[in-house]
Design a protein around this ligand. Structure first.
Ligand SMILES: NC(=O)c1ccc[n+]([C@@H]2O[C@H](COP(=O)([O-])OP(=O)(O)OC[C@H]3O[C@@H](n4cnc5c(N)ncnc54)[C@H](OP(=O)(O)O)[C@@H]3O)[C@@H](O)[C@H]2O)c1
Length: 311
């Protein structure tokens, strides 16, 4: 099956070259814009596609992303309404995220920012330490990744709460919340807030002054969802007032983050360049093969997002 490879951000075909070569007998991948035989293109592999990218492919049936979030493909104005959008679900990615989030929770719990400052100042000073059981963590989003993160943290003794759109069964020791009222009930008991929500109209701007104010004073934010979900001015005010004692930021409204942005040198912020975790090349290749097989059989591909709810 012919697959157009589309990205205005980086050379997707070069990056995934090895994985695409391994499935070349099933998937013929061709760089966008496909000039010869565009009507034969039935699937696409896309990440931040050009606004008019999909106008060229009249027989397109499915677009696969290279990540867990499909927001950048769903936002493409030329995406036809009847095309499936498929995301990658990779347990290895969820595990990598669990390690990343855990590192930042412990960074806050064990006061590593203070230790690093003391090392720079050559100060030998033990700090009063708190057991994990006294540091309540809440996770926004209890999907494939949020659930993995939650069980990782309960295993280390942190009290864990999780928030989803709909009520759902929770893993042992994870307390579930849903809906707007559920969010604020959860925040009242939250010291560390981990964002693992997909970007949708409902979640855009969700990390705002009301949410920060509802947390326990001196709380900590781990922002690993999407940058557009955070209101930067409200976040900076919460840091300024001490309502938030610090934050770990992996995602930003504008990426790459402009070099003159205040986040770069803010003393209470730890930053990574949207690198919390990655899907494996094999998972991307498997997603393409499974999508092609479903399209050939006239079926809905596995992990196709629900376009009406946006994730
Ligand atoms: N920084 C990174 O490197 C990185 C890497 C991977 C993923 N991510 C982010 O993590 C997100 C989650 O990935 P995933 O695979 O776990 O997604 P998922 O399996 O689709 O789970 C999404 C979760 O968010 C909940 N949710 C969606 N809209 C909501 C709303 N309006 N209110 C409350 N809860 C809502 C869902 O609730 P229901 O269970 O009720 O449906 C579900 O629990 C991605 O979309 C992406 O933004 C970031």
């Amino acid at each position: 099956m012919r697959c157009a490879v589309i990205s205005r951000k980086f050379d997707l075909r070069a990056y995934y070259g090895k994985a695409l070569a391994q499935i070349a007998d099933r998937i013929e991948s061709v760089d966008h814009p496909v000039t010869d035989g565009a009507e034969a293109v039935r699937i696409a592999l896309a990440w931040h596609p050009h606004a008019d990218a999909f106008e060229r492919y009249p027989n397109l049936k499915a677009v696969c992303t290279i990540g867990a979030g499909a927001d950048n493909v769903l936002a493409c104005p030329s995406l036809p309404s009847d095309v499936h959008v498929v995301r990658v679900v990779d347990p290895g990615q969820a595990q990598m995220m669990a390690g990343f989030v855990t590192w930042h929770v412990i960074w806050h719990q064990r006061k590593f920012a203070t230790f690093m400052q003391h090392q720079r100042d050559r100060i030998w000073q033990r700090l009063e330490q708190r057991p994990a059981s006294t540091v309540p963590v809440a996770i926004l989003g209890y999907g494939k990744i949020g659930e993995r993160v939650a069980t990782h943290l309960t295993g280390l003794g942190f009290p864990v709460k999780a928030w989803s759109r709909t009520p759902k069964p929770m893993a042992p020791d994870v307390q579930g919340f849903h809906g707007r009222d559920g969010l604020f009930a959860m925040l009242a008991e939250t010291e560390v807030l981990v964002n693992l929500l997909p970007l949708t109209p409902e979640t855009r701007g969700l990390l705002n002054r009301d949410v920060f104010a509802a947390m326990k004073p001196g709380g900590y934010l781990i922002q690993t969802g999407r940058g557009e979900q955070m209101v930067e001015a409200d976040f900076l005010s919460a840091l300024e007032s001490g309502q938030l004692s610090g934050a770990s930021l992996d995602v930003f409204a504008v990426e790459p983050l402009p070099t003159d942005h205040v986040f770069w040198h803010h003393p209470k912020i730890v930053m990574t360049p949207h690198d919390a975790c990655d899907v494996s090349f094999a998972a991307v290749a498997d997603t393409l093969v499974a999508t092609a097989a479903a399209i050939e059989a006239g079926q809905r591909p596995p992990h196709a997002v629900d376009r009406s709810r946006g994730y």
